[in-house]
Write a protein that binds this ligand. Structure first.
Ligand code: MSP
Length: 504
């Protein structure tokens, strides 16, 4: 079983979960559920980022200690992920002792290797980003990401000698063209490195809410240096070397484009300095925009995932975000579009196929699946669905990949219209009825299996109604998707609509 590891960013606890956070987390979940179907040994990590100035300020505004505040908000993330059926294997918090150990160990390594030095920093700081900017990078004098004023800060800091790593990073990316995806993001990263890299400060003395620098505890680790190391901590860095080596390097860091530079420039250089391999892939997706703007606390345009789950169900939310926009460019979110897509793809296509086939099978076949036909006309289309999904998932094209599965669903609905089993039934052609419905049941089985990573609840329920043993999760690809595996005599069950239609 090859190991396959995927991470989401760890989310700041100064904010409660919104659908932007959910977007990355759902994508990661679909990817790992897909890999588990192939039998990979998967490690899926998410968590919360709890140190830094921004957090300390947020806690203070609530009259709480940073730790109390972090406990509360971190819990909100856990709850949101549970509600969205996120199947993470670990949930890391940067305030945990295991993480303190790992950060201190890595910092010490880099320091011992001579890549951390003391210096003075003066610059323009955005608290929301927890990052310094140069004058040129500001937009109208404000932070380019948050549009908020920056503050001039002067500190004695430890610096990571990033400037020494430009050539090594370029060499690495030359040899591993797939390491930053999609292509446009790779070009952005290469362009940034070619401009020449500046050393960056990795410690702060102005705040105490952080992890002390092991050789100089007046300093705490800069929140980004602390946060990035979470990926190593969770895999055993600093405590279980063997486990760490089994998993490292990570297969996919999924991130929003806002934090690409941290993941594709600073992080690999730090890892190199600590003697570890860089991540295999960093994939940066675009933003989910609301009314054309990035969601943020200050713009008051955040949508809580739970509010959407209440209307669309967790499957409906998962489906929408990964099918409605491509995983790469920015995309606009609208409630109307969400209702329309839910009704078209889930209520009409998926739900309708399931209910009409199961109803007919119960009415015409006594609720028992017939012998499968070797060569049903949907056989080709089923193979195409697996191929299309595999090709899409290999490049994290969720919309395209699952599009192939929905093509199969549409083909099956068209097949039913064409063969009209109700007419065959009326004409007394029992053999033809069994043949057509057998093909449709087999198609439903394959659909339940392939759609499972995206809509696990409905797919599992469909699997159960098809009278199949276990759950889609227990199946192994590619064998399980082979045409003709639907057992004869399975007890079929009809039931309430899997995706009840919504009124616009
Ligand atoms: N704590 C840092 C990350 C440290 S990782 C070592 C951080 N946290 S965050 O809470 O601000 O989360 C940022 C991430 O949330 C983005 O990179 C992206 O994955 C997700 N998103 C937040 N808003 C988003 C949108 N509007 N659209 C899509 N994803 C967004 O940065």
């Amino acid at each position: 079983m090859p190991p396959f590891s995927v991470t989401t960013p760890i989310y700041y606890v100064n904010d409660v979960p919104h659908i932007g956070h959910a977007y990355t987390t759902i994508a990661a979940d679909v990817l790992v559920r897909w890999r588990r179907l192939w039998g990979d040994e998967v490690f899926f990590l998410t968590g919360t980022d709890e140190h830094g100035l921004k957090m300390a300020q947020a806690a203070e505004a609530q009259g709480l200690t940073p730790k109390d505040w972090a406990d509360r908000t971190s819990e909100r993330f856990r709850e949101a992920w549970k509600e969205l059926r996120i199947s993470n294997d670990d949930f890391i918090r940067t305030t945990e002792p295991r993480h303190h150990r790992a950060v201190q160990e890595m910092l010490q390594k880099v320091y011992d290797n001579g890549d951390i030095e003391l210096g003075t920093y003066e610059g323009l700081y955005c608290v929301a980003c927890e990052a310094y900017y140069t004058e040129d990078e500001l937009v109208d004098g404000n932070c380019p990401i948050h549009g908020r004023p920056v503050q001039r800060m002067r500190e004695e800091n430890y610096f990571f000698k990033l400037s020494r790593y430009g050539d090594r990073l370029l060499e690495y990316y030359e040899a591993h063209p797939e390491a930053v995806q999609p292509e446009t993001r790779r070009n952005e990263v290469l362009g940034f490195i070619r401009q020449g890299l500046q050393d960056f400060s990795i410690s702060r003395t102005s705040i105490s809410w952080g992890i002390p620098i092991p050789w100089d505890p007046n300093h705490v680790a800069y929140v980004w240096f602390d946060a990035l190391i979470n990926y190593c901590t969770a895999l055993g860095y600093g405590s279980e070397r063997e486990r760490f080596e089994h998993w490292w390097p990570v297969d996919y860091h999924l991130v929003g484009k806002d934090i690409l530079r941290f993941h594709a420039v600073y992080w690999p250089a730090m890892l190199m300095a600590a003697g570890e391999a860089p991540p295999k892939h960093v994939f940066a997706h675009g933003w989910l925009l609301v009314g054309g703007e990035k969601m943020s606390k200050t713009r008051l345009n955040q949508i809580a995932p739970g509010d959407l789950v209440a209307t669309f169900g967790s499957d409906g939310v998962r489906y929408h975000f990964l099918r409605d926009q491509n995983f790469g460019p920015d995309g606009d979110f609208s409630y109307e579009a969400m209702v329309a897509r839910y009704n078209a793809d889930l209520a009409n296509n998926f739900g309708n196929l399931a209910s009409r086939v199961l109803n007919m099978a119960v009415n015409y076949l006594g609720g028992l699946s017939p012998e499968a036909r070797e060569n049903g006309p949907l056989r080709q289309q089923s193979a195409a669905a697996l191929d299309g999904l595999s090709a899409g998932m290999a490049k994290l094209d969720f919309a395209g990949g699952f599009g192939a599965v929905w093509d199969l669903i549409r083909a099956a609905n068209a097949y039913i219209e064409d063969r009209a089993p109700w007419a065959l039934q009326k004409a007394g052609d029992a053999e033809a009825v069994a043949a057509v419905l057998g093909d449709c049941l087999e198609t439903l089985r394959i659909v339940a299996l392939l759609a499972f990573p995206l809509i696990p609840d409905a797919a599992s329920e469909l699997w159960r109604r098809l009278g199949l043993p276990g759950t889609p999760e227990d199946q192994r690809l590619p064998e399980a998707a082979a045409w003709g595996s639907m057992p004869a005599g399975a007890a079929l069950e009809r039931g309430p609509s899997l995706f009840p239609r919504l009124e616009g």
